[in-house]
Write a protein that binds this ligand. Structure first.
Ligand code: SF4
Length: 356
């Protein structure tokens, strides 16, 4: 790809063939029923790092519970986390609610169509901003994520590393030139859909591709070499002992995570960073950390929780305490039947299966 490529590129033919294919082949996704900016926004936030099939039931539940910005703005944050439970990347849910509160307070409940105002809302980065502006408000704005980068790297034979920020800027600049003024909504969705259904990461279906005749990578048989992407850093593994601590009344101890950082505001069973503490000091550490006297019993199982940059390796142990009252305000006693009322990360939900 060089600066002259678009000079010889049949932009009009490409737009037309891509958009025609999109209208004939697009999937019936619930957030595509209309161009409601709130639905576009919620769906785009849910779809970050998450597959479409996983998102669909979450999207329905979310819309049922919080059908407009007003219901979401007024909701208890723990209820929002509960509906998001299992979807991961929970800061998305918190940022969404904070941003929606700003929409209600500052913009009278209307999601701004002004790029600067929209982009200043919490959790709305350049991609989400472009998606809302183009899909809901028909503005010719690029919405470039990894999926779109892959497709355009191939079509325009861009050989720069897509992990680099400047490559993203380059692709955005190309989209600005390619996007049609009269139907930016269909164009951006069509590129996304092409990446999901045809120009997939491995083995793109070039023979079925509606824009094959425009694709510079295909013309040179290079579709499997692109995009170029430098390797991500290796995930850091952190071992924890996670404790199912119960008292004589069979009430279990759960802990609320801090309001900031990883899995903020969610609940979990207490976790001991065992490499730092050491097995010999486990019970003492619980006493000094939580003011809680416990006796560790049998091992119940092992689980992993994979985040984008780290992996928790969890060994699950049972434990007992004689205490009936808790002094640490992060902790709470709950009975087995009450656990479902609290939002937990997936690994800790799975831990509940060890409670008989
Ligand atoms: Fe992707 Fe192949 Fe179509 Fe090119 S021809 S856009 S590589 S599916």
């Amino acid at each position: 790809m060089n600066d002259k490529t678009l000079q010889f590129f049949d932009t009009t033919g490409f737009q037309q063939d891509l958009i025609d294919w999109y209208h004939a082949n697009k999937r019936d996704l619930p957030w595509r029923m209309d161009q409601d900016p709130y639905k576009v926004w919620v769906s785009e936030i849910m779809l970050q790092q998450t597959k479409v099939d996983t998102v669909i039931p979450y999207f329905y539940r979310f819309m049922e519970k919080f059908p407009t910005v007003y219901q979401l703005a007024d909701a208890d944050p723990q209820d929002v986390l509960k509906v998001w439970e299992g979807l991961g990347y929970y800061s998305r849910a918190r940022n969404l609610q904070n941003a929606v509160q700003e929409v209600v307070d500052t913009y009278g409940g209307e999601i701004p169509a002004n790029p600067d105002e929209l982009g200043s809302l919490k959790g709305i980065g350049p991609y989400t901003k472009g998606a809302i502006l183009s899909i809901a408000y028909n503005q010719p704005e690029p919405a470039v994520d990894g999926n779109v980068m892959r497709v355009l790297s191939r079509i325009l034979k861009i050989e720069d590393d897509i992990a680099q920020q400047r490559t993203k800027k380059l692709v955005e600049a190309y989209v600005r030139e390619l996007i049609p003024e009269d139907d930016p909504s269909s164009f951006n969705q069509a590129i996304m859909e092409l990446g999901a259904l045809v120009c997939t990461p491995k083995s793109p279906a070039c023979l079925l591709c509606p824009v094959q005749e425009y694709c510079l990578a295909f013309a040179e048989g290079r579709e499997n070499d692109l995009p170029v992407k430098s390797k991500a850093k290796k995930q850091n593994k952190i071992p924890y002992v996670s404790l199912l601590i119960k008292n004589e009344n069979s009430a279990y101890i759960i802990e609320k995570r801090a309001e900031k950082g990883l899995l903020a505001g969610l609940w979990q069973f207490p976790m001991v960073p065992i490499n730092e503490i050491g097995w010999d000091h486990l019970e003492n550490w619980i006493l000094s950390e939580y003011g809680l006297e416990i006796k560790v019993s049998e091992k119940k199982g092992e689980l992993k929780h994979v985040f984008s940059h780290i992996v928790w390796e969890l060994e699950i142990y049972g434990a007992t305490t004689h205490q009936q009252y808790l002094t640490d305000e992060r902790l709470r006693f709950v009975y087995k039947e009450e656990l479902q009322a609290y939002p937990f990360p997936v690994s800790h939900q799975k831990m509940m299966t060890y409670i008989v």
